[in-house]
Design a protein around this ligand. Structure first.
Ligand code: ATP
Ligand code: MG
Length: 1017
C-alpha cells in the first residue's frame, strides 16, 4: 500500500465522529488544500475547484492505472479505473453515475473519465480503436456547442441529458459506443432569461464564422440583431471563447467525417433559426401579413423550401375536416406560436440528427465484434443537474424530476439495498434513517395521480377549453394532501407564489416554485402538420430526413403522439432500468459557491447539497455498516496465504470456517460479522491491514511460484528433450534398418553374380550411416577381391598382385603388356634365358651381400642408350630396393644402383616395343630396350614390379607415363625418343637423331603373345 500524506481524511468513513459538522469540516479542509476528491467507501465526492487542476496529466494516469482504490489519494481516475477493472476482470457491465446540481462539475467529470479511459487503453495502438477513442472524445465539443448554454447557474450548462455507453473488447479496449440523449431544453431556442444565452452554437457562428460565410447566410456579426439570441443580454461571456470553440467544433466535425453538405446544412439551419426569430406578423384588419418579407426569402433559401409555402405555413393552417380540405388563417398569436414551434422543432431535430450521425461514427462494427461486445461496457451518465431559477418552467420540472430519479437510484442501491443485504445475510443491524424520495418520484410520475398524468389528461382535451390555469386547478384538487406539493390556492398566506400561476414541489434538493404558464403547450409540443410537410419537401436531403412524418398526406388521420412529459418519463424509466442492470460507480459533484470562485466555500450552499444528496447517511450506512464485504470463497482465495492453516489450501471445514481462522489468528474478530454467504468487515483499517499482510507475503509467494514454475518448466523441457532423443534414436534406427535391409536386398545374390555385385548401385545412406557405409564399401571391396582371388591358387597371388598393379598403370593406355603369360621375374637366373646363369646367380649373390637387398624381382638383358649416344648391351636387375645395371657377360655391377624410391617415374610407349625409361634424379635417365629369348612383352611385368616396389617403399604411386614419343633426360639434356620401324636393323636399337633419339625396331618386329606371333604394323 502506497503511503501518501492526506489532508483530513481521504475517506469520510474514517472520520472519528460522523455528523454533518464533521463532514463539512473535512470537506472544507480538503477543498481549501486543493483536495477536491474524497471517498465515501467507493463513492467519490467531488467539489468543483473552479480552477485548472494539475492532477490529470500522464503522470497521474500512470499513478492510478490498474491500482486499488485505497492505494492512492482519492481521485476520479481511481473510480474510472475501478469501473474499467470490474468490467474487464469480471466481464460485468458497469456504469458511472455522475450527479450533482447545475454547475457542480458533472460534465467536466465525465470528460475526465473519458480521457482517462482513452489514456489507459489501446496498448497495441490499433488504428480503429484510436479512431473510436477520437470520435468519443471529439463528439463532446459538438454536443456541447449544440446542447449546452450559459445559464445563471453555469456558463456551460448541459441543456440535455447524455448517457454514453462505451463498448469494450475482451482486452478492455474501446471498440465503439452509443449516445442516448434526453430532452433538450428547446424552449431556450426562442427564449432566454436575463443573463442567460441561447445554445452556444448560435454565438459561435455569429462570432467566429468568416465574413464570406456570414454573407452567404445573410447574417450580420452582431448578436443584438437577432431576437432569439439577444434576450438574455449576455452574448459575450468572459469564460467562453466562442471563436476557439467554433474552430474546435469544425475540426471535430471533420474528424467525425461529417460531409461538406452535412456541415453546410448544420450552419444553414442555425442561421435560418436566427432569421426566423426576427419574423413578425401584423394584421392589417383584413389579413395576417408578414412584416419583414425579406427575411422569408432568406429563410426559404436557407432551409431550401419554396418561399410561398413557407409564408403560407407561417400564416395559415390546412385542415382536413370530414373529407374537405380547408385553409384557416392564423391569428397573430397563433402565427407567433407556429413560428416559435418551428424554430424549436428544427433545432431539436437538428440536435437529434447530430447525435445520430455521431452514433453512426462510433457504432460497434458488428462484423468484427459480434460475439463479445455486448457483455462489456461502461455507461457514463452526465445529465442536467438539479436547478432552481427565478422562473421555473416545464423544462426545470423535467430536469428536476430526472434528478429525483437518479437520487432514487442512489438510495435504492447504496442506502436501501445495502441495509437489506444485512438483513438477508442475518447480520444484526440498527436501521439508519434516510429520506427516501420515492414519494416525490411518485408525485411526478405515478399513473393517474401524478402530475405528468394529470397534465396528459388535460392535454387530451380540446385546446380552446383547457388552459394552464385549469390544469393548476386540477392539480390542486388532486394533490392537495400531498406533502411535497402546494400552491397559492392551497397556501394563501405564502406570498412567494403567484395566485393561479405557481405551484411548488418540495424536491429532495429543495423547494422549487414552478410557473404553470406554458406547461400544457410544452407538454403537447404541437408542431403544425404544415411545417412538417414544408420541411419534408425541402430540397436539402438532410432536412428532409429530419422530418419523416412530413410525408403524410393532409387527410391522413394520425394518432395523437405521446406528450413530451410522457416521452420524458418513459425515457427516464428506461434509463434507470438500464442503470440498475449494471454495477454502478458514483461520482457525487458538489458546487462550492455560486460565484464560480476557486477559493470561496459557501458553507450554507454546500451543507444544503451534502444534506439533500444524503452523503452523511451514506457515510453512516457505510460505517455503521461495513466498509467491505465479500463472499467467503473469494475472500479465502485472496487472503489464504496470510495464515499457515489456510495456505495453500484450507481442508478442515467450509470456506466460512477458513475465513474465521484467518480473522481470529489476525485478531480481527471484533471488527467483523459473519453473514450467511459473506464476511462483513466494519473498518477499512482491517482491510488495509489484511492487504498489507498479503502484500508482504506476495513477493515470497511469487518467488515460490516462480521457483516451482521454473522447476516445472525445466522438468518439462527435460522430458521433452528425452522424448525427442528417443524419437530421434528410433527414427535413426528405423532409417538404418531400412538402409541395411535395402543393402541386403541388393547384395543378397552378389556372391553368385559374375562380378560379385560390382555393378550394383548402392542406395544413398542416411547421414548417420555415411561413415559406416564407407567402411562397408571397403569391406565389400575386400570381400570381392577375396572372392576373385580365391579362384586363383595362393602361390599365384604375388604375380596376380603385380599384374593388378601393372594394369592400374597401363589399362587403356597400352593395349598389350604380357598379361596372359606367367611372370617369372628373375629370368636370367635360369638357363632358359641365360646360358651363364650360374655366373649370374653368383654375381647377384655377391651383390646381395654388398648391397643388402632382399630379393631379385626382375632381370633381363637390355640394350642401353647413354648420354654419349652410344648403345651397349647390359643387364637390368631390379631388386626390392634398387635398379642395377650389370654388364652382360660377367654380370658385374656397372655403377651404384638407383634406389627405387629415388625414381621420379618411368615411361613406356603404347605399342609392343620393349622400350622403358627409368627417370632418375640428377637428369640422367636410364633408357633401355628389353630383350628376351622368347621375344615376350615384359614391359607390363617390369612396370608392375617397379610400381609395386615403389608403393611398398614410399606408400605412393610411381608416376608412369605412356606416350608415343617419350621424353627423357640424358646428361642433363632433355631429349625426345621417337619410335621407328626399319628394315635397317635386326634387333631393337637406338640411334642419335639430331638432338633427339630414334628408337629403331626391325621391320619383322614382333612379340609373342599367347604363343602366337603378334606383328606390329
Ligand atoms: N474538475 C474541474 N476542474 C476545473 N474546473 C472544473 C472542474 N469541474 C468543473 N469545473 C468548472 O465548473 C464549470 C461547470 O462544470 P460543469 O459544466 O461540469 O457542470 P455540470 O455539473 O455539468 O452542470 P450542468 O448541470 O449545468 O450541466 C466548468 O465549466 C468548469 O469551469
Ligand atoms: Mg453539464
Amino acid at each position: 500500500m502506497a503511503t501518501h500524506r492526506e489532508v483530513g481524511v481521504g475517506d469520510f468513513v474514517l472520520l472519528d465522529k460522523i455528523d454533518l459538522e464533521n463532514f463539512m469540516k473535512n470537506l472544507e479542509l480538503r477543498f481549501k488544500n486543493g483536495k477536491i476528491y474524497t471517498y465515501i467507501g467507493e463513492v467519490c465526492v467531488s467539489v468543483n475547484p473552479y480552477k485548472t487542476m494539475n492532477i490529470y496529466d500522464q503522470k497521474h494516469v500512470d499513478q492510478y492505472k490498474g491500482r486499488e482504490l485505497f492505494e492512492n489519494p482519492p481521485h476520479i481516475f481511481a473510480i474510472a479505473d475501478a469501473s474499467h477493472k470490474v468490467m474487464q476482470q469480471q466481464g460485468k457491465d458497469t456504469c458511472i453515475v455522475i450527479s450533482g446540481e447545475s454547475g457542480a462539475g458533472k460534465t467536466e467529470a465525465s470528460k475526465i473519465i473519458m480521457k482517462y479511459i482513452a489514456a489507459v487503453t489501446n496498448k497495441d495502438g490499433q488504428k480503429e480503436i484510436e479512431r473510436v477513442k477520437n470520435v468519443l472524445l471529439q463528439s463532446n465539443s459538438i454536443l456541447e456547442a449544440f446542447g449546452n448554454a450559459k445559464t445563471n447557474r453555469n456558463d456551460n450548462s448541459s441543456r440535455f441529458g447524455k448517457y454514453m455507453d462505451i463498448h469494450f473488447d475482451f482486452k478492455g479496449d474501446p471498440i465503439g459506443g452509443h449516445i442516448n440523449k434526453y430532452l433538450l431544453e428547446k424552449s431556450r431556442v426562442i427564449y432566454q432569461q436575463a443573463g442567460e444565452r441561447n445554445f452556444h452554437s448560435f454565438y459561435q457562428l455569429l462570432t467566429a464564422a468568416s465574413d464570406e460565410h456570414l454573407r452567404k447566410l445573410h447574417l450580420s456579426r452582431n448578436p443584438d440583431d437577432y431576437f432569439f439570441v439577444k434576450q438574455g443580454k449576455a452574448a459575450r461571456v468572459d469564460t467562453i471563447n466562442d471563436k476557439n470553440d467554433f474552430r474546435e467544433v469544425n475540426s471535430s466535425l471533420n474528424t467525425l467525417q461529417f460531409s461538406k453538405d452535412a456541415q453546410d446544412t448544420l450552419w444553414r439551419v442555425v442561421a435560418a433559426i436566427l432569421h426566423l426569430g426576427n419574423v413578425e406578423f401584423v394584421n392589417d384588419g383584413e389579413k395576417l401579413q408578414i412584416k419583414n418579407k425579406k427575411s422569408i426569402d432568406v429563410i426559404a433559401e436557407l432551409l431550401q423550401v419554396k418561399k410561398e409555402e413557407l409564408s403560407s405555413a407561417l400564416c395559415e393552417r390546412v385542415i382536413a375536416a370530414r373529407g374537405d380540405i380547408m385553409r384557416k388563417e392564423h391569428t397573430e398569436a397563433e402565427a407567433c406560436y407556429g413560428r416559435d414551434a418551428l424554430a424549436k422543432a428544427v433545432y431539436e431535430r437538428l440536435f437529434g440528427w447530430l447525435v445520430d450521425k455521431i452514433n453512426a461514427a462510433i457504432a460497434v462494427d458488428e462484423k468484427n465484434y459480434s460475439k463479445n461486445y455486448k457483455s462489456s461496457l461502461i455507461g457514463v451518465l452526465d445529465i442536467y443537474g438539479f436547478e432552481i431559477f427565478d422562473n421555473n418552467s416545464f423544462e426545470q420540472f423535467c430536469i428536476n424530476y430526472c434528478n429525483e430519479k437518479l437520487q432514487q437510484l442512489f438510495i435504492e442501491l447504496v442506502l436501501k439495498q445495502e441495509q437489506e443485504e444485512y438483513n438477508r445475510e442475518g447480520i444484526e443491524w440498527q436501521n439508519i434513517d434516510f429520506f427516501n424520495n420515492q414519494i416525490i418520484c411518485d408525485l411526478v410520475e405515478a399513473p393517474h395521480k401524478g402530475i405528468l398524468s394529470i397534465m396528459d389528461d388535460a392535454s387530451k382535451m380540446t385546446a380552446e377549453k383547457v388552459t394552464d390555469e385549469l390544469l393548476l386547478e386540477t392539480m390542486d384538487k388532486q394533490l392537495k394532501t400531498h406533502h411535497h406539493y402546494t400552491s397559492r390556492q392551497l397556501k394563501p398566506a405564502d406570498k412567494n407564489m403567484k395566485h393561479k400561476v405557481d405551484f411548488r414541489i418540495t424536491h429532495y434538493a429543495g423547494d422549487v416554485t414552478y410557473c404553470v404558464v406554458g406547461f400544457l403547450d410544452k407538454n403537447k409540443d404541437t408542431l403544425f402538420q404544415d411545417f412538417k410537410r414544408l420541411m419534408y419537401n425541402s430540397r436539402d436531403e438532410n432536412l428532409k430526413e429530419m422530418f419523416p412524418e412530413g410525408s403524410q398526406h393532409i387527410s391522413e388521420i394520425t394518432k395523437r403522439p405521446p406528450t413530451a412529459g410522457t416521452l420524458f418519463k418513459n425515457s427516464m424509466q428506461a434509463l434507470v432500468q438500464n442503470l440498475y442492470s449494471k454495477e454502478p460507480h458514483y461520482v457525487r459533484c458538489i458546487k462550492p459557491n455560486e460565484l464560480k470562485s476557486p477559493s470561496a466555500f459557501d458553507e450554507e450552499r454546500v451543507k444544503h447539497q451534502v444534506s439533500y444528496l444524503g452523503l452523511v447517511e451514506n457515510v453512516r450506512v457505510r460505517r455503521a455498516g461495513f466498509a467491505y464485504r465479500q463472499r467467503y470463497d473469494r475472500f479465502l482465495k485472496r487472503y489464504k496465504m496470510i495464515s499457515q492453516f489456510t495456505w495453500p489450501n484450507f481442508r478442515s471445514g467450509s470456506d466460512k470456517d477458513g475465513v474465521k481462522v484467518i480473522m481470529d489468528e489476525r485478531k480481527f474478530a471484533d471488527d467483523v460479522k459473519y453473514g450467511k454467504t459473506k464476511i462483513f468487515i466494519r473498518s477499512p483499517r482491517t482491510l488495509f491491514a489484511l492487504e498489507a499482510a498479503r502484500n508482504e507475503l506476495i513477493p515470497g509467494i511469487v518467488t515460490l511460484i516462480q521457483k516451482t514454475w521454473r522447476g516445472y518448466v525445466a522438468r518439462q523441457q527435460y522430458k521433452r528433450m528425452r522424448a525427442l532423443m528417443t524419437m530421434i534414436q528410433a527414427y535413426r534406427l528405423k532409417k538404418m534398418r531400412t538402409y541395411i535391409n535395402a543393402l541386403q536386398g541388393k547384395f543378397v545374390h552378389a556372391r553368385k553374380a559374375k562380378d560379385f555385385g560390382k555393378g550394383i548401385i548402392w542406395p544413398a545412406p542416411p547421414v548417420s550411416l555415411q561413415k559406416t557405409t564407407r567402411v562397408l564399401k571397403q569391406f565389400y571391396n575386400r570381400w570381392r577381391a577375396f572372392m576373385i582371388l580365391s579362384r586363383i591358387p595362393r602361390a599365384e597371388w604375388p604375380e596376380m598382385k603385380l599384374k593388378v598393379v601393372a594394369a592400374s598403370a597401363l589399362l587403356n593406355k597400352r593395349p598389350r603388356y604380357g598379361l596372359s603369360r606367367r611372370w617369372e621375374g628373375n629370368y636370367l637366373a635360369t638357363h632358359g634365358e641365360n646360358n651363364n646363369y650360374t655366373t649370374f646367380n653368383d654375381a647377384v649373390n655377391n651383390l646381395k651381400n654388398s648391397q643388402h637387398f632382399g630379393k631379385v624381382l626382375f632381370s633381363a638383358f637390355v640394350t642401353k642408350f647413354n648420354k654419349f649416344n652410344k648403345c651397349a648391351e647390359r643387364v637390368v636387375l631390379v631388386t626390392d630396393q634398387a635398379v642395377y645395371k650389370l654388364d652382360s657377360l660377367k654380370f658385374r655391377n656397372m655403377k651404384e644402383g638407383t634406389g627405387i624410391k629415388d625414381l621420379t617415374g618411368i615411361s613406356v610407349s603404347p605399342g609392343q616395343d620393349q622400350l622403358i625409361v627409368f627417370h632418375c634424379l640428377g637428369g640422367n635417365d636410364l633408357v633401355v630396350s628389353l630383350h628376351s629369348v622368347r621375344q615376350e612383352d615384359r614391359i607390363g611385368e617390369i612396370v608392375g614390379v617397379l610400381c609395386n616396389a615403389y608403393f611398398q617403399l614410399k606408400g605412393t604411386d610411381l608416376p608412369v607415363t605412356v606416350n608415343k614419343t617419350i621424353s627423357c633426360s640424358l646428361g642433363g639434356k632433355k631429349r625426345l625418343i621417337n619410335i621407328n620401324v626399319t628394315s635397317e636393323v635386326q634387333s631393337a636399337t637406338f640411334k642419335k637423331d639430331g638432338g633427339n633419339i630414334s628408337y629403331l625396331l626391325p621391320s619383322n618386329f614382333a612379340v609373342i603373345e599367347n604363343g602366337r606371333d603378334y606383328i606390329k604394323q
